[in-house]
Design a binder for this molecule. Structure first.
Ligand SMILES: Nc1ncnc2c1ncn2[C@@H]1O[C@H](COP(=O)(O)OP(=O)(O)OP(=O)(O)O)[C@@H](O)[C@H]1O
Length: 703
């Protein structure tokens, strides 16, 4: 039936052409000729459409599933569109609120200055290529580095696989069609052995490729994460970015833990999957050109570039979507991290119900945004699929026509060369479309690249600022005339305000702290006692004036109200920041320090605890007073020249507090304390009374 219809249509068109009798050379003749061609094409098209419709009508299962699929997809998508249309205002508000909360707008360019840049970030452009180059150079510094060697190994395997596919495919198809068309066992056996050889090599090469791709992913992730760790821990950047929000970076932990991993996976995938289609395209084209010449395939690919560019222009950009989702993902993760960090306080307040709302809100912000993005991605997916299928359609026309017009060859010869060439062209076209579609992965990579370059640029800037600050200090600060190791010279301290200004807490403080001149700092809540110590530690920069102080745990140590406890053994807590795994530690001394701090029960065998006892979270197993005593044991162990104590005995009863102070002073440590209890006055020589009047007034009195 189909054959009749196909043959009948051109016959009618031919009879129409003879009726038109075009006069050679005249315009009317030309128009008549064109009308004949158009009528013939229309007749063929009608015939083709009718035949197709008849085939479809003959297959009710196909029709039912086709209709069901269209209805299912349409219902889900339109339902989503309607529900999100209603919630879109809310969704946008949620994203905006979340963005404000996380400083996403500030994070747009990592400088805190780029309002609205979040939407622009993550595009594939000059900035993206620069940033990508920077990240890759950081991970693969040279061809001889481990990363460089892995890239080289994978490149060799990629070339090998492409050669294998292109060559083997051509030979396989040729032998098989020849064998089948002429029923030749000789050619079939040749095909069989070719195929076996191709299969064996393919198995080895493909397994090698998969292995090297995972190694490259791991190498990329490890190298970038180590670089991030190094920069993050230098110059107290972790404090500056997390607490002071320098650079306006949101969720640095998410960037280091999750975004680097996603970037590594995407980049390794792109490396492995972009070389293959590019090489396959070049090699297949060279082979196919032997039969078709270069002009036809190149014209085909030029038309593909134009069509794909048009389709791409209607697709949404994935980069900004990826960046936004990653940021919201970080926000959601942060709500969980806070819940764990404050589990006991929340449980005591019976805050479970309230916390469910907070957690769900974080999830909702993410989910609504993801659903909205999924809807946007339909446009992308439609464009990609059209691009893929039209490539096959247009490609077939370019390949079929030369063979339809080829005479003077046997049927067997025509079909075998056609099948071999078609296979190559299909491969070539497939590879070409794959290259064009890599844009999607490139877009996603751009999203992660944007977030990581913000991270590295912010940390780098912060490190440079710290270096400049240090250089300026050493150039301007003259060696103090007095022999005091800690000197405040006309120092003004201020609390940072959200608008970038400072609220003055202490103004023009000049003070030289000599060994043995124990200092007590007092004043009302929020007057700036701890802030003064933050400035002394270098966490905050003074608004004016200069400070000189010694550095290193043997010279100066801080003991806050809640001492930091790490994952590890009891010994680790006492010797921190020294590392008990790599340094020789005198256990007898550690025990002595614990006894001095009133924690003898941990080491005298009365409890089931010893220096080797380990806990993931010591904060959960020690009381507030015990935690503070561990801090004292640490001070005794390091015996620094200066100890800065910020309400370090607030959880210890007054009688025992005195004993802890006495032992500390006996180790010849000079103490600077912040304390509210009057009993502690007796251990200090001077008292710095901060007024907390908003003008920075203070008084120094002898005790
Ligand atoms: N990271 C910060 N960013 C902005 N302001 C801060 C920050 N940390 C503290 N402040 C503000 O600085 C002021 C001084 O705080 P500080 O911690 O020095 O008080 P304090 O005198 O030690 O109080 P307390 O006796 O209650 O511990 C407070 O008003 C506080 O709100």
């Amino acid at each position: 039936m189909r054959a009749r219809a196909t043959v009948g249509a051109p016959a009618r068109a031919r009879s129409n052409a003879s009726n038109a009798s075009p006069r050679d050379g005249s315009v009317v003749g030309l128009i008549g000729g064109l009308r004949v061609v158009a009528a013939a094409l229309a007749a063929h098209a009608r015939d083709g459409a009718r035949t197709n419709a008849t085939h479809v009508a003959e297959d009710p299962t196909y029709v039912v599933f086709l209709a069901a699929s269209v209805v299912a997809f349409g219902t889900v998508a339109s339902g989503e569109a309607m529900s999100l249309r209603r919630r879109r205002a809310r969704a946008r508000k949620a994203v905006k609120e979340c963005a404000t909360m996380l400083d996403l707008r500030k994070a747009g360019d990592g400088t805190g200055a780029g309002k609205g840049k979040m939407r622009d970030g993550g595009k594939v452009g000059a900035e993206f290529w620069n940033d990508l180059g920077f990240l890759l150079r950081a991970a693969f510094p040279s061809a001889t580095s481990r990363g460089g060697q892995l890239l080289g190994a994978q490149f060799t395997l990629l070339v090998m696989r492409t050669l294998l596919t292109v060559r083997a495919n051509k030979v396989n198809t040729f032998y098989l069609t020849k064998a089948i068309s002429s029923a030749s066992w000789k050619f079939w056996v040749r095909w069989f052995f070719n195929f076996c050889g191709w299969m064996a090599s393919g198995v080895v090469v493909n397994s090698g490729l998969r292995y090297t791709e995972s190694l490259i992913t791991i190498e990329l992730r490890a190298a970038l994460t180590k670089k991030a760790h190094k920069m993050y821990m230098e110059n107290n950047n972790f404090y500056k970015t997390a607490v002071l929000r320098h650079g306006g970076l949101d969720n640095v932990d998410q960037r280091i833990v999750a975004d680097i991993d996603a970037f590594a996976k995407e980049a390794a995938f792109l490396y492995g999957h972009s070389f293959k289609p590019i090489l396959e395209f070049t090699l297949s084209l060279t082979e196919a050109a032997k039969e078709l010449g270069y002009s036809r395939p190149l014209a085909l690919f030029a038309s593909q570039i134009i069509i794909t560019s048009v389709l791409r222009s209607i697709s949404p950009r994935l980069g900004p979507m990826v960046a936004r989702e990653a940021a919201l993902e970080g926000g959601f993760r942060h709500t969980h991290a806070r819940l764990i960090a404050h589990a006991e306080e929340i449980a005591l307040l019976d805050g479970g119900k309230r916390e469910v709302d907070i957690l769900d809100e974080g999830l909702d912000n993410l989910v609504v945004t993801q659903r909205w993005h999924a809807l946007q991605r339909i446009r992308k997916s439609v464009a990609d699929n059209i691009s893929k299928f039209q490539g096959l359609l247009v490609g077939s026309i370019f390949v079929h026509v030369p063979f339809m017009m080829k005479d003077a060859v046997s049927e067997g010869e025509r079909i075998s060369t056609f099948r071999a060439t078609e296979e190559l062209m299909l491969r070539c076209g497939g590879a070409f479309t794959e290259v064009l579609l890599l844009g999607k992965n490139l877009d996603e990579l751009a999203g992660y690249t944007h977030r990581l370059s913000q991270l590295f640029k912010t940390l780098d800037r912060s490190n440079k600022e710290a270096l400049e600050e240090r250089a300026a200090k050493s150039a301007t600060v003259a060696a103090p005339e007095h022999a005091a190791p800690i000197v405040f010279d006309a120092v003004t301290v201020g609390a940072p305000e959200p608008d970038g200004s400072h609220r003055v807490l202490v103004k023009d403080l000049t003070l030289a702290l000599k060994p043995g001149e124990h200092l007590l700092i007092t004043g009302p809540n929020g007057c700036g006692k701890t802030s003064l110590l933050r400035v002394l530690a270098g966490l905050w920069a003074p608004i004016a004036g200069t400070i000189s102080r010694p550095s290193g745990v043997s010279s100066i140590m801080w003991l806050p109200q809640r001492p930091y406890l790490l994952q590890g053994s009891l010994r680790d807590q006492v010797v921190y920041p020294r590392d008990a795994r790599s340094e020789k530690i005198d256990d007898a001394r550690v025990k002595e320090c614990l006894m001095m701090a009133g924690l003898g029960k941990f080491v005298n065998g009365s409890m089931n605890v010893g220096l080797n006892t380990r806990h993931l979270e010591w904060n959960d197993v020690l009381s507030g007073g015990e935690r503070q005593r561990i801090g004292f044991a640490r001070l005794y162990y390091h015996a620094p020249k200066f100890a800065i104590l910020d309400e370090a005995t607030s959880a210890i009863n007054p009688d025992e507090e005195s004993a802890l102070y006495e032992r500390l002073i006996a180790t010849e440590t000079t103490v600077v304390s912040i304390a509210h209890r009057l009993e502690l006055r007796k251990f200090h020589k001077n008292e710095l009374k901060i007024a907390g009047d908003g003008l920075g007034a203070f008084k120094i009195v002898k005790l």
